[in-house]
Each structure stands twice: as C-alpha cells, then as structure tokens.
Design a protein around this ligand. Structure first.
Ligand SMILES: NC(=O)c1ccc[n+]([C@@H]2O[C@H](COP(=O)([O-])OP(=O)(O)OC[C@H]3O[C@@H](n4cnc5c(N)ncnc54)[C@H](O)[C@@H]3O)[C@@H](O)[C@H]2O)c1
Length: 364
C-alpha cells in the first residue's frame, strides 16, 4: 500500500494536484497499484485563519503515516514572505532529512526552449542538489545589529557524511539513468567553486574523486566551476548527463535548468530521502500563482510530472517495479501530449486546466 499525503496548499496548488491524482487513479487501476490518499490542511489560508502552519504532532504524523508527500504550492499575498517557506517547506526538508533535491532538466517534445537550435536531444540531464547543508543551515549571526558597525556572518557547512551521501545518490542515479539511456554514456559532473571556496569545496572534490575512483570506475567524472556551468547550460547543454552540486549553487542552476526546459508549466522536482525512512516530497516548482488562481488557467503538466516522479522515486526506493512502471506510464503519456502544444508557451496553454489533463488521461 502506498500512502500519499497531499498538501494542495494555496492558489493553483489544489487545482493542479487534483489533476495529478486523477492520473494516479487511472494508472493505478490499470496496473493494480494499491494506494491511499489523504488531504492535509497546511496552507497560507490556514495560517491566516489560525496563525498556525504545522504542529509538531502533525509533522510526526506525516513522517510516521505517509510514504510520500504530494505538494501543490503554498503561499498567498497576505501571508508575510518567509512564513510558509521557513514554517513548512524548509522545516519539512530539514526535519524529514530530505537530503537530495532532484531536478530533471528535460525538454519534452513540442515544448519551447529559449535556446536557439536546441531540441530534446540536447536538453536532457538531471541536477542533484545537496539539500540540508551549505549556507542553508542557519549558522551565523549578527554583531552590533542595526548600528553602523554591524557585522553579519552566514557560514557554509560541508560535512563528509552529508557530501558522501549526496555523491553516492548522484553516482547511483548516473548508473541507473544510463541503463535507460545508453547512447549518452555515463558522466557525472561536479559543479562547485574549488578555486575560491578552498575548504568546503576541497572536501567536495576529494570526496568526489575518492568515491568515483574506488566505487564507480565505470562512470566518467568531470568538474565544472559553477560560473562555467551557467554558460555551458545555455551554450552546450548536451554536454551534461547528471550534475551534482551544493545547496546554494543548486538553488540557482536548477532555475536556469527549468528555464531552458520550458519553464514553470512543465518543471517538476523532488525533495528526497532515498533511504525511504522519511516520506519524500514531490512538487511542481511553480508557486501558487495567485494571479490566475480559480480561473482554470493553470498548466497541470508540471504537477502531473511530479506525480510521475513520486511513483518512480518511491518505487525505486522500495524496489517496487510496478510503482516505477506506473510513473513511467504517466511520463510517457505526457510526452505524447506535449507535441500538440508545439509553438505555445507552456506557462500559458490555450486550454483549461482540466482539458489539458484530460488529454494525458486519454493517452493513459
Ligand atoms: N513551493 C512552493 O510552494 C512555492 C514556490 C514558489 C512560490 N511560492 C509562493 O507562490 C506565491 C506566488 O509566487 P510567484 O508569483 O513568485 O511565483 P508563481 O510560480 O506562483 O507565479 C509566477 C508566474 O508564473 C505563472 N505560473 C506559475 N505556475 C503556472 C502554471 N502551472 N500554469 C500557468 N502559469 C503559471 C503565474 O501565473 C505567474 O504569472 C507566493 O506566495 C510564493 O511565496 C510557493
């Protein structure tokens, strides 16, 4: 039984997760996948009404009684910035120890890229971002805050444990990905800034080299400085297969990745605990889009691909081939629908939310 907790959230969040759940229902019926779904109230709307984001008990309940979390988007204009990010998204990420941020950068057929002369053959890689350390640990402080002599520090943390577990997941992803895609070869690129961040990124480089040499000799290793990587992602995205990077740099380059792969209407992401001890979170990268909420204009493709990823990743962690197959079927159905919108901007499809989802369901 696959137990899914749904955080629909605010704005278009609930509108698009409904469509992802319809795809799940269809594919589960086809393959005989047993699952349960429960809706949760975590949202900016709840915060406005109750001044509450999530209680400790609710978080423990999510951890103990769900296998995966399917998230739409949270946030409203009347909720102060940071409340939902720190109170829910970052809190879940840290307390559930979701140490991988998984971001495929794949240009689906028919989806427009801003890059000239690039197709799906050129734009097809995965970014694996370390998700719990680096500049995001909240280590730092102020001295003489608010005075002309103020000092502020924010420390970059890299632990051998944290770096190793991220690298191992990246090497493994590289291996299994190339099983499906043998033409591309197996290459893992470390993206960092070893020439300037000579302590933390030295650790990354040593760990990368040691693990690669000893345990993954079949995988070609490559290193790029983050600034060079930004140029290559635009000029020669075909050179990437799997990228592994730090929390801060990953935050930035994954948005560049989403932009070259067609934007917010199609980009899906996962915050993963690949060990399966905690439920991983799967979500479209877009926000709650209050400007179009309630108007049936949201593109549900990103949310449907997030559901595909939920099934693929949870299936891989649980060694359940049927779940992986269910996810693959949804992704394949999406790739048969996207060509119909060739030449259109995927953040603004000329068709209502439900009708776009109906096309995917028909393919399923
Ligand atoms: N993970 C999350 O829950 C998450 C992520 C980003 C932003 N937010 C929150 O969402 C709210 C709005 O943020 P924002 O405006 O900066 O970003 P946004 O992604 O919500 O919207 C940016 C633009 O993209 C459009 N858009 C986004 N998703 C779309 C879709 N599926 N189909 C069609 N158009 C789409 C919107 O209409 C808007 O014009 C804020 O409260 C923010 O904090 C939440």
């Amino acid at each position: 039984m696959l137990r899914i907790a749904v955080i629909g959230g605010d704005g278009i969040g609930p509108e698009v997760t409904v469509q992802g759940l319809r795809a799940l229902e269809k594919v589960a019926g086809k393959l005989g996948v047993q699952y349960s779904v429960r809706q949760t109230p975590f949202s900016g709307e709840r915060y406005i009404k109750e001044k509450l984001v999530i209680t400790d008990e609710e978080l423990a309940d999510l951890r103990n009684n769900s296998d995966a979390i399917y998230l739409g988007a949270v946030g409203r204009p009347d909720v102060p910035p940071g409340v939902m990010e720190r109170g829910l998204l970052l809190r879940l990420r840290f307390e559930l120890d979701l140490f991988i941020n998984y971001r495929p950068v794949r240009l689906y057929p028919g989806v427009q890229t801003p890059l000239a002369n690039k197709t799906g053959e050129h734009i097809d890689f995965v970014v694996i971002r370390e998700n719990t350390e680096d500049l995001y640990c909240g280590v730092g402080g102020f001295l003489r805050r608010g005075t002309p002599n103020e000092v502020a520090t924010q420390e970059m943390i890299a632990t051998r444990f944290g770096v190793d577990r991220c690298l191992r997941y990246a090497f493994e992803t590289c291996r299994s990905r190339n099983k499906q895609n043998p033409a591309k070869g197996k290459k893992l690129t470390l993206v960092a800034k070893t020439n300037v961040l000579t302590f933390a990124h030295d650790l990354w480089m040593r760990a990368f080299t040691e693990m690669g040499t000893k345990e993954y000799p079949d995988i070609q290793r490559e290193y790029h400085h983050v600034d060079a990587c930004c140029m290559y992602m635009v000029a020669k995205p075909e050179m990437y297969d799997v990228i592994v990077t730090t929390n801060m740099f990953g935050d930035i380059i994954t948005d560049l990745g989403a932009a070259i792969a067609g934007g917010m209407g199609v980009a899906a992401s996962g915050n993963l605990d690949p060990t399966g001890k905690s439920p991983s979170i799967f979500e479209p990268i877009h926000g709650s889009a209050p400007d179009i909420a309630g108007q049936n204009k949201a593109n549900p493709i990103a949310a449907m691909l997030s559901m595909a990823m939920l099934l693929q990743q949870t299936g891989t962690a649980r060694k359940d081939a049927k779940l992986v197959q269910a996810g693959d079927l949804i992704e394949a159905a999406v790739t048969r629908v996207t060509p119909r919108f060739a030449g259109k901007t995927f953040d603004r499809l000329p068709m209502p939310t439900k009708e776009v989802a109906d096309l995917v369901l028909a393919e399923l």
